[in-house]
Design a protein around this ligand. Structure first.
Ligand SMILES: Nc1nc2c(ncn2[C@@H]2O[C@H](COP(=O)(O)OP(=O)(O)OP(=O)(O)O)[C@@H](O)[C@H]2O)c(=O)[nH]1
Length: 603
């Protein structure tokens, strides 16, 4: 049955983040291990019980659950656990049992879901075919459009083929997608799907198209007629890729569906869709283990840009609360103008950041997808030790908050947006606003209030009310927005100072990374700072999801740096081998250059 969505995230049964059901178990296990001296069998068994429950609840196939738990237990107990490891500087570092356990789980999850090569197989010569198969409503047509967009952006020419002749609306849906993307769609209503695919391939070959994507018909259940038709198409056009599109929400059934299709069609891989609407997502863990076929892509929303390459490391990181910085960076690259983002990051860390910049960040964030998905990719667990209260996360992940903030900022004057201190009563201002200097010289107050101590009494009521009336919100909402914005601006200014005088993060050499991390940790320990960043509700006022500022900042020069910083901690970032290779490459190149310079001199 087709399930229509009215808005983003509407299908998210529970309000958790993607994979929240699974994450919950790992969090509980981690908590259980906290404070324990070692990973003894009893302790590991107890922790694995939590994990087991959550995996089953998330609809991970039960044999896969058993296999995974056995694997983790073996890794945890098999070798003598080195709870004292040598750090980079050769100093001994004590590894906490819970961290060691999480690391083991990360490795086991990656092994369970990988390895995955997300590149598309190419035909030896001529056109490369991609055949999309799956049950009705799984997202085949939408994913066909997403793949076409991806290929187009990589510089390939694409043709779409409407091979679902049983549902007339499907042909129209594909034509609409083709029009949006500027991609030709081959359709022949009433004709036989096998003939359609063959004729389309001929036409594509005449036109010299690189990729042809066949959008085939689906059925409510796997049946022989469907399979026979798909087999006929396959033997007629020999596509280099056959992708099974599965709706993540069918849970356990995903495994049976994948098996049934794979037996008849020898799938290249699976594309799991609607993960944005399902807090369980168990199929992501079961499919490779049960069918041997990798998941290649994840559908993370209805938009054509919502197709993520499946990276087991990223997913394992998200599940374990370590985030997925590589995924986050990919999202940023989709929507962000890098130069502008770097300038914004610099501005923000220098403390010079106005409401207009903030609004811009919000718009960028909105174009990246839901807050839930973004927060899921943030390494919140690593940075904040998993101590963020659920309500704070909930509030920060509420997309409506962004809309509200946008309305309030739009209702401010240009001057107010550039200098939010204009909202403050003179005694509360930390600096004399620029415009005031032009009119009459005002005395700088002796002891300005710190932004986190501001209360409604420090605001100019008439200004606040004008903005509130303009956007249909309450005065206290405006006060909360401005206060939190100021706290956040201060925090980022402070962070910038700690990281090297407000300079762009990306320029800071590796040696300063530890300092950055401790700065972030310091912020994390400060409850006010955390509230400002996360939008926690202080004094019952609605919070700003501080994430826009945070994430936006990370999107600039900060992102790669934070990624490598976490890479050093064992998270994302370039692998040591890659770094080693790059170093060697550089050395070889310098040697070659010296040689050719010497040769030229001799000439
Ligand atoms: N939230 C979300 N919705 C999706 C995703 N992929 C597809 N959809 C929605 O799922 C519904 C069905 O998608 P279609 O692409 O029409 O599915 P189909 O498999 O082609 O359906 P049939 O042609 O009936 O076989 C549509 O409303 C899509 O917008 C996704 O990754 N996330």
């Amino acid at each position: 049955m087709r399930r229509e969505r009215s808005d983003k995230g509407a299908l998210c049964g529970n309000h958790g983040l993607v994979f929240e059901t699974i994450s919950k178990g790992f969090r509980a296990a981690r908590e259980r291990l906290t404070g324990k001296g070692e990973l003894s069998e009893d302790v590991v068994d107890a922790a694995l019980k939590d994990v087991r429950l959550s995996l089953l609840e998330a609809d991970v196939e039960f044999r896969t659950v058993k296999k995974f738990l056995r694997d983790v237990k073996q890794r945890a107990l098999g070798e003598e656990v080195q709870l004292v490891a040598k750090g980079k500087d050769k100093k001994k570092v004590r590894v906490r049992p819970e961290d060691h356990f999480v690391q083991i789980c990360h490795e086991a999850l990656v092994d369970l879901m990988g390895p995955v090569d997300t590149s598309l197989a190419r035909a030896n010569k001529g056109i490369t075919g991609i055949m999309m198969v799956g049950l009705q409503g799984s997202g085949k047509t939408t994913t066909t459009g997403k793949l076409a967009r991806k290929l187009q952006r990589e510089g390939h020419s694409v043709m779409l083929v409407a091979a679902d002749v049983y549902r007339p609306a499907a042909i129209h849906q594909l034509q609409v997608l083709g029009e949006r993307l500027g991609v030709p769609v081959f359709a022949a209503p009433g004709a036989n799907p096998v003939d359609i695919c063959r004729d389309a391939t001929e036409e594509a070959s005449i036109k010299g198209v690189d990729f042809v994507i066949y959008d085939t018909a689906g059925r409510l259940t796997v049946d022989d007629a469907l399979m026979a038709e798909l087999e006929n198409i396959q033997s007629s056009v020999h596509p280099a890729n056959i992708f099974l599109v599965i709706d993540a929400m069918i849970g356990q059934d995903a495994v049976q569906t994948a098996k049934a299709f794979d037996e008849r069609l020898d799938l290249t891989g699976v594309i799991l869709t609607k993960l944005d609407g399902d807090a369980r997502g168990g199929a992501a863990l079961s499919i490779k283990a049960t069918t041997g076929k990798p998941i290649k892509f994840l559908g993370m929303g209805e938009g054509l840009d919502k197709l993520d390459e499946f990276r087991p490391e990223g997913l394992a990181g998200r599940i374990l609360g370590m985030g997925d910085l590589v995924g986050l960076m990919n999202d940023f690259q989709e929507v962000v103008d890098e130069e502008k983002a770097a300038a914004d990051a610099e501005k923000m860390l220098g403390g010079g950041f106005g409401m207009d910049d903030f609004l811009q960040q919000i718009k960028t964030i909105q174009s990246m997808g839901s807050m839930r998905d973004l927060m899921d990719k943030m390494p919140l667990g690593s940075l904040f030790g998993g101590d963020i209260p659920d309500e704070v996360l909930e509030q920060a992940a509420d997309d409506n908050e962004l809309v509200k903030i946008e309305a309030m900022i739009n209702s401010m004057t240009k001057k107010e947006r550039a200098d939010p201190e204009l909202f403050l009563d003179e005694s509360a201002r930390s600096s004399v606003p620029a415009h005031a200097k032009l009119t009459r010289r005002k005395k700088r107050p002796r002891k300005p209030k710190a932004p986190d101590q501001l209360g409604p009494e420090d605001f100019i009521e008439s200004r606040v009310q004008r903005v509130a009336r303009g956007c249909g919100h309450q005065g206290e909402d405006v006060v909360a927005l401005v206060s939190r914005f100021m706290v956040m601006r201060d925090m980022f200014g402070m962070l910038g100072d700690l990281m090297g005088g407000g300079g762009m993060l990306g320029k800071i050499p590796g040696i300063k990374q530890a300092k950055q991390l401790s700065a972030v940790r310091k912020l994390a320990k400060d409850p006010d700072a955390l509230q400002a960043l996360m939008g926690g509700g202080g004094g019952g006022m609605p919070g700003i999801p501080g994430m826009p500022g945070g994430a936006g900042g990370l999107g600039g020069g900060a992102m790669p740096d934070l990624a490598s910083m976490l890479g050093d901690m064992g998270g994302a970032g370039p692998s040591p081998t890659k770094r080693g290779k790059d170093k060697k490459k550089g050395k070889d190149k310098r040697k070659k250059d010296r040689k050719s310079r010497r040769k030229n001199r001799r000439k």
